[in-house]
Ligand binder design. Structure first.
Ligand code: ATP
Length: 715
């Protein structure tokens, strides 16, 4: 079973076995490490099925196997972490090479312990950070404040917001109100100096930070360990942290904000190419913290870890429910202020969530659905790891890493960027990857076997003869051990090939041997099918839980949407009603105004017509009055003339016999004139009808007019 050389793999895969849990029950060991030849490190293990299972023995090959007694420092050194760090620091000039260190394993197998350590042991992350800062301490940039910060910000390709570590830690400790970070509004203004926070809050923060630093472990010690750095360059270190949860990316250094429903809300981020990184996808929009010493970096790391999702399950009391990514970008530029452009590489340490079986983890609801997503993403990761070996062996040419966010982030930098497509960006080296698979030799057989199949660089299956059958029929014959080897890969259960070397025996014995092998092969297949059924039922349980939790979410959402719609409907109804009332009021006022105007016009019309008629009639009456006056005067003159002529004898004209009254008149002429005059007086209407009693009302005017037209018969 040949292993591909280290340089051929996108990820070198190591296996670390965890020591037994203190006080754990003594169960059958399922993993055995094979002793290495020639004092080399062991690289192969054997997976033994439990005695009650009639299954083949499987052998797996890794870059190296760490046994239970391996220390954190052993793992740090033997996984080539120092060489990865050297690649990031680029001591011989250039941008350097990105590095990824990740852990993969069943829940509770020791991934977090390996990556982040425990209460009294530092993990690979802390050790790497310590070594990085020690190695560049002489070349560290003098200050992370402006203008260094601004120049770093200008060179950042991931649309992130950079802050200094003191400012970030002040904010995380609550001395700066949430949301006032410079990134909160997308502003890229200069970070406030430390002097901006009050002296007492600085002291409080310092006290808190030093307490936290004192509680962190400092073992194992790497103080005498440095890797070379570029002597002609000054360095700055930028820390960022994020998690992939349910296939979404969330920043761990941006505090969650309260949503309308008073729940913690984090905005998911995108993994995409940007203007400054057109050929490489990056997690865009993170908050990044510029650190100038290891203490700041460790405090930022602790702050980010506080935000990470963990939960207690049946398998692990502090189980990681997301894939955590901790990034340390080492930026460098040549000494001197003339060159303000920063380049560099980054080390990413990844603590993956563990695969788990619903039955063992005893999870339910959202946590079970979460587990489904974790298992799904780990399955895709397994497929990628399997195909990387096939790619290096020339049997495949594609690693299917675009199936989920986890594999996309882990693998997208494993390949050289497309040559010549973006001439203005320098071509970057493919990253170097290390995958540490953790396993519990006393753990669950099925779960462990699944993880090892996914991740091992090589696999070999050994089928043993079915003991009950051979014991009875082949007792005298020597033990026959047949190996079914298959190259690493997912060839499928039915594809196990038998290589049978017949022994020198009778035909019957040969037939029996063949039959025994066939039975063993079929038992193996049955066992594998049984295992597959278990996996499928597990997946079904998780899918059902996912469905249920999705249904619950949908019901909640539907209720919320209904409530929102009803509220909006009521608001709109009230608004429409108010608008309708207002328009009705306006219409009413307009109508009233209209009628007022009409009445006005009518009044004015009536007034004008009446005045005109009135004037005409008054003129007529005046004329008639004058005529009557004239006649009266004439009459008087005539009477006087008459009396002057015969003052004593002559009778008044009316008494004279020759004076004839006009025909039809029963009254004397004098009476008739008087009566006409009186009548005229009666119908004469002065221009101030209504007199001094005030203005005439239109009704009165109308009545007067009516009366006037009633009277001509009398005239
Ligand atoms: N190599 C080891 N040496 C000592 N203790 C260990 C080792 N590996 C794991 N442990 C202990 O086992 C427990 C579970 O380990 P850990 O939390 O690292 O598991 P995990 O694989 O990260 O689980 P999960 O996937 O659920 O997060 C912890 O208490 C840890 O300290």
């Amino acid at each position: 079973m040949e292993l591909a050389s280290k340089s051929q793999n996108l990820f070198n895969v190591y296996l670390r076995l965890r020591p037994p849990y203190p006080g754990a029950l003594q169960t059958e060991r399922i993993l055995d490490v094979e002793a290495a030849a020639d004092n080399l490190h062991p690289s192969h293990i054997t997976l033994n099925p439990p005695p009650d299972r009639r299954r083949a023995i499987e052998r797996f090959g890794f870059t190296q196997v760490f046994e239970e007694d391996a220390s954190q420092l052993d793992v740090f050194h033997c996984t080539d972490a120092p060489s990865l760090i050297e690649g990031v620091l680029a001591p011989h000039g250039g941008d350097g090479t990105d590095a990824v260190v990740a852990t993969l394993g069943v829940t509770g197998s020791g991934k977090t312990h390996t990556i982040l350590g425990s209460r009294n042991q530092r993990g690979l992350t802390q050790l790497a950070v310590d070594v990085i800062f020690r190695s560049i301490s002489d070349n560290m940039v003098e200050s992370a404040q402006s203008p260094t910060l601004d120049s770093l910000q200008a060179c950042d390709a991931s649309e992130s917001t950079l802050v200094t570590a003191p400012y970030f830690l002040d904010g995380m400790n609550g001395d700066i109100p949430q949301g006032t970070y410079r990134g909160s509004g997308g502003s890229r203004s200069t970070t406030p100096m430390m002097g901006e926070s009050t002296f007492s809050s600085q002291r409080r923060t310092l006290r808190r930070n030093s307490t936290l630093l004192n509680s962190l472990p400092y073992s194992p010690d790497v103080s005498d360990f440095v890797v070379p750095c570029d002597p002609a360059a000054e360095y700055a270190v930028i820390v960022s942290m994020y998690e992939v949860h349910n296939d979404r990316i969330y920043d761990l250094l941006t505090p969650a904000s309260k949503s309308a429903a008073n729940k913690d809300y984090r905005r998911p981020l995108l993994f995409k190419p940007t203007e400054l990184s057109p050929d490489r996808k990056v997690v865009a929009g993170l908050r990044k913290v510029v650190c100038t010493d290891v203490r700041e970096a460790l405090l930022v790391l602790e702050a980010g870890l506080q935000e990470r999702r963990v939960a207690g399950t049946g398998s692990n009391s502090v189980s990681s429910r997301s894939h955590g990514f901790f990034c340390f970008e080492v930026k460098k530029r040549s000494f001197g202020w003339q060159n303000n452009s920063w380049t560099g590489s980054k080390l990413t340490v990844v603590d993956l969530a563990g695969s788990e079986r619903a039955r063992d983890a005893k999870t339910q609801g959202a946590t079970l659905a979460e587990a489904g997503k974790i298992n799904e993403s780990l399955m895709y990761l397994g497929q990628c790891l399997q195909s990387q070996s096939e790619v290096s062996a020339g049997r495949a040419n594609v690693v299917p890493y675009r199936q989920c966010k986890l594999t996309e982030i882990l693998f997208s930098n494993s390949f050289p960027s497309a040559a010549g497509s973006y001439s203005h960006t320098p071509r970057r080296n493919p990253q170097r990857g290390v995958m540490i698979v953790t396993a519990d030799p006393l753990g669950d057989f099925n779960a462990t076997s699944q993880i090892l199949r996914y991740s091992a660089l090589a696999r070999e299956v050994t089928v043993t003869r079915a003991p009950s059958f051979t014991a009875n029929t082949l007792a005298p014959s020597p033990t026959v051990s047949t190996h079914h080897t298959r190259p690493f890969g997912n060839a499928g259960f039915g594809s196990v090939r038998s290589h049978f070397s017949p022994v020198k025996a009778t035909d019957e014995r040969v037939t029996m041997e063949i039959a025994a092998l066939e039975i063993a092969r079929m038992s193996e297949e049955i066992e594998q099918l049984r295992q597959e059924i278990e996996v499928q039922s597990e997946a079904r349980i998780i899918a059902e839980a996912h469905l249920l939790s999705t249904e619950d979410r949908m019901i909640d959402m539907e209720a919320a949407v209904r409530e929102e719609c009803a509220l909006e409907f009521e608001q709109r109804l009230a608004m429409e009603l108010a608008r309708f009332k207002a328009s009705m009021q306006i219409e009413k006022e307009r109508h009233e105004e209209h009628w007022d105007r009409k009445v006005d016009i009518l009044e004015r019309g009536l007034d004008t017509g009446f005045e005109e008629d009135f004037d005409k009639e008054n003129v007529l009456v005046e004329n008639l009055t004058q005529e009557v006056e004239r006649l009266r005067r004439e009459n008087m003159i005539l009477k006087r003339e008459l009396s002057n002529r015969s003052p004593s004898k002559r009778k008044p004209l009316e008494e004279r016999e020759d004076f004839v009254l006009p025909s039809g008149s029963g009254t004397p002429k004098h009476d008739s004139v008087t009566s006409i005059s009186r009548k005229f007086e009666r119908i004469k209407i002065s221009s101030d009808v209504g007199g001094a009693n005030g203005p005439r009302s239109p009704k009165k005017v109308r009545r007067l007019v009516a009366r006037r037209w009633d009277e001509p018969d009398d005239v």
